[in-house]
Every structure is written in structure tokens, then in C-alpha cells.
Design a protein around this ligand. Structure first.
Ligand SMILES: [Zn+2]
Length: 445
């Protein structure tokens, strides 16, 4: 049952649709697609001003060179400062510290195929695509990031505004972060804030994803860059050269065998956590290790033996698999091939990594969040997991927080694609869920 104060908060949120949309539109107009990830500083200043007026203590933290390097800065083509906003609201000292995180960067914007301005924030009454399950006729907003993850930031900010506007004093401390680079691994974003101890909390909310499920599990990943080195020669006398593409082909046969026959058997069961219909149809119901050879480049022309071949490989790590183990095992596969071919020369670089997690579906914090969100939006959402990875990795693995994830979007929002959109009703529901979680978890007495 909602208390009368909680009901007032919900009414406040409902009454502020228009200013929420205005703020979201301002956010969408600042291009923060990554790579390259420009304008993070401008974006942080906009949000810092907003939280400052709500009575929060705000600070902007730029990741140091060390974290830029770990992000694979040069390889990824990153430009501009990696700015992160931290906004803190002191409680009455009677409760845990809660960290609510959203990411301020967006996926890349395709040059073609958009029917709306991707940086426009246009509002329409309805959608030609699939509808949100939370759509009550409140319309849709369009543009890169409206569902992933700027709509979530608008929802969270509206929740914070309702609490401040109604002068509700929280028991514990609240830390809100708008962190960068999530789409490329979050190393210089939430990774930096948590590993450097800038953000420390007992419990967390990762407000990213959709409002069709509550995320409890995700995979980790390591991005490798693999290079083979050969000896160039005239292409009609290849016997006098060493073909780097042929050597890479051998390595790729071994890597394919490794993932199909070894990694696919490496599973971490996640009872009570749904990985989605597409995977279920493939018979995958557990978190499962995988590997993807994502790019390959080499050679200059048919008449020259290539002396160089380079590719990127992404290795999906199940929760519990560490970076060190993953690296050692990967190298073992490559060295197994090299042992049988002395002319094979390779080098292996790591672009970046983050480790996976699973919060059990029986975890009291997860169950409590599920029931609070259900009370706020009138639907009990199932627990879900993903074979991708999110910034919640840092909260759980590095920050030791209990955490759940939810957000705006789901099966309809076209995140990362052309015509990304978000249901305005759903942003409002996400805001209510967030406000109620903050009040119940931090206490208001
Ligand atoms: Zn996201």
C-alpha cells in the first residue's frame, strides 16, 4: 500500500511531464554517441546544474589517462574528456547508502535510415512500430538515447525533483551518477568511479534496460586484438613468403573449435532468471561462455603475400570467470597452434574487459525491489538476465553492492537502431518506480 506521501510523490511526477520532456530533449540535443564520445563535459554541466538546484552536492570527475588506456582509447578512436557526474544528497544518517547509476553516452548514430532527426527529441502521439506495454496514450519521444539511457536519466531526475520539491528527507545517503562510455565497456565511466573509490555504496540501482523485466545477471567480456605477422613476397612466389592471413586462418579454426566445443559447455545456471525467448528457442537457458570473431583485416592485393593480419575477438565470460583466467586460456589455444607451426608469429593485445555477475533470484534485495517496482507500476516484472554486459558489473563485482537493473524500453524501443523511441508513459512509470525504491530503501521517517 502506498502511503499518502508516496501518493503525493506520484502525483508530482505525473504533473511534471512537460518539463521532463523538455529536459530529455535538451539531453538528446547534446551528441554523446561513442565512439568518439564528445561533449561529455557539456552534458555533465547541464545535469550538474539541475541537481545543484535540487540541493545536491555535485562534482564532475574526468577519468585519468590510465583508464583511457584501459578503455582502448586509440583503438576505439575516443576523443574528448571522459567526464562523469556525481550528485550526492546527504540523508539523516539513518540508513544505507544507495547508488543510482545511469549512463550519459549513447550508441552510435547510423548515417542513414532515420525517419526522424536522431538529435531532435521529436514527440508524436503514437508509433508506427511496436507499442510499449506501459503506453496509456501519452505519446512517444524520438532520438538517439531516449530509451538508452537518457530517458532513464530524465526519469531519475524527475524522481529526485519530486523528492526535493516535496521536501522529503531521506534516512540514508543517495548518490546519483551519470557515467560515460557504458556502450564501449564503461572502463572510464562507472569502472573508474567505483574502482577509484569515488563512489561507495551499500546498495545499487542500475537504471538501464527496459521496463519489462528486472535484470539480475549479465556476462562479462574481454575484447582481444589478435595480430599475425608474416613475411611479404611476390604473390606468384608465395613459397618464399609467410602468409599472415593463412596463419590467422589456422588460429581462427582453433578459436572456432574452442568456443563451439569447450566454451558452449561452460554454463552458469541462473534459476528463476529468464534470458529471453530467442535464446530459449536455441536451448540456451543458462549463462553460457561464448566467443565472436568480429573483424578481420589484412593484405594489400592478390599479387602480394600479406605480412600482416589483424582481427578483433570478443570473449563472453560467465559470472565467476576472471580476466586473468580468460586471458591465460585464450593464449593457450593460440599457443597450441603455434606449437605445431614454428613459422606462426602472433601478438595478442587486450582492448578492455569487465567481469560478469549474477544476483540470485532468491536474493532478499532483488525480491524486495521486485515487489516495490510492482507496487509502483502495477505489474510484477519477471527477473531477467542478458548475455551482454552492463555497468551493473562494476556495482556488483567491484563495488560489492546488492543491485538490480531496470529502465525504459524493452522489446519495442529500437535502442541502438534507427528510430530509437521511448513511451512517455513508460518514462513516467520508470520515474515512479525509481522514486519509490529510493524512499523505501533509504527510509523517510
Ligand atoms: Zn544502456
Amino acid at each position: 500500500m502506498l502511503s499518502s506521501v508516496e501518493r503525493q510523490v506520484f502525483d508530482y511526477i505525473e504533473s511534471k511531464r512537460e518539463p521532463m520532456i523538455e529536459l530529455l530533449r535538451e539531453m538528446v540535443r547534446i551528441d554523446t554517441q561513442t565512439p568518439p564520445g564528445l561533449n561529455y563535459d557539456t552534458f555533465c554541466e547541464l545535469i550538474a546544474d539541475k541537481y545543484h538546484t535540487l540541493g545536491y552536492e555535485t562534482s564532475i570527475h574526468e577519468a585519468t589517462e590510465k583508464y583511457l588506456k584501459l578503455s582502448g582509447k586509440t583503438h576505439m578512436g575516443l576523443e574528448g574528456p571522459r567526464s562523469n557526474l556525481v550528485a550526492r544528497l546527504k540523508g539523516k544518517g539513518k540508513g544505507p547508502t544507495l547508488h543510482a547509476s545511469v549512463h550519459l553516452d549513447t550508441a552510435a548514430i547510423q548515417e542513414e535510415g532515420w525517419t526522424v532527426d536522431p538529435l531532435g527529441g521529436e514527440v508524436t502521439e503514437t508509433t508506427p512500430y511496436k507499442k510499449s506495454i506501459h503506453d496509456k496514450g501519452g505519446g512517444y519521444i524520438w532520438g538517439r538515447g531516449v530509451a538508452d539511457d537518457k530517458g532513464e536519466l530524465a526519469a531519475l531526475t524527475l524522481a529526485a525533483e519530486a523528492l526535493s520539491g516535496l521536501d522529503i528527507k531521506l534516512g540514508g545517503d543517495l548518490i546519483i551518477t551519470a557515467n560515460c562510455d557504458e556502450e564501449i565497456g564503461g572502463v572510464a565511466g562507472l569502472g573508474y568511479l567505483i574502482k577509484e573509490g569515488i563512489v561507495k555504496a551499500d546498495i545499487g540501482l542500475q537504471i538501464d534496460g527496459g521496463l519489462e523485466g528486472i535484470g539480475l545477471a549479465a556476462m562479462g567480456r574481454t575484447r582481444f586484438q589478435l595480430t599475425t605477422h608474416g613475411v611479404s613476397y611476390h604473390g606468384q612466389v608465395p613459397i618464399l613468403g609467410v602468409n599472415a592471413i593463412e596463419k590467422m586462418s589456422k588460429l581462427n579454426v582453433a578459436l572456432t573449435d574452442y568456443w563451439r566445443n569447450t566454451l558452449l559447455k561452460r554454463k552458469v545456471p541462473a534459476p528463476g532468471i529468464d534470458l529471453g525467448e530467442a535464446l530459449r528457442e536455441k536451448g540456451v537457458t543458462d549463462l553460457t561462455a561464448m566467443l565472436n570473431i568480429g573483424t578481420i583485416h589484412g593484405g594489400v592485393q592478390g599479387a602480394t603475400v600479406p605480412d600482416h593480419c589483424v582481427e578483433e575477438v570478443l570473449r563472453g565470460m560467465v559470472p565467476g570467470e576472471t580476466y586473468d583466467q580468460t586471458y591465460a586460456e585464450f593464449k593457450q589455444v593460440l599457443d597450441g597452434v603455434k606449437a605445431k607451426d614454428p613459422a606462426l608469429e602472433y601478438s595478442l593485445d587486450v582492448i578492455n574487459y569487465r567481469e560478469g555477475y549474477v544476483v540470485p533470484a532468491t536474493d532478499p534485495y532483488a525480491l524486495d525491489c521486485q515487489s516495490i517496482i510492482g507496487e509502483a507500476i502495477g505489474v510484477k516484472l519477471p527477473f531477467t538476465g542478458t548475455l551482454a554486459s552492463t555497468d551493473m558489473n562494476y556495482q556488483v563485482v567491484d563495488g560489492g553492492m546488492k543491485c538490480v537493473s531496470f529502465g525504459v524500453g524493452g522489446s519495442y524501443h529500437r535502442g541502438h537502431k534507427q528510430d530509437e523511441n521511448a513511451s512517455i508513459d513508460e518514462i513516467i512509470e520508470c520515474s515512479k518506480a525509481t522514486a519509490l525504491l529510493i524512499m523505501r530503501k533509504l527510509g523517510t521517517k
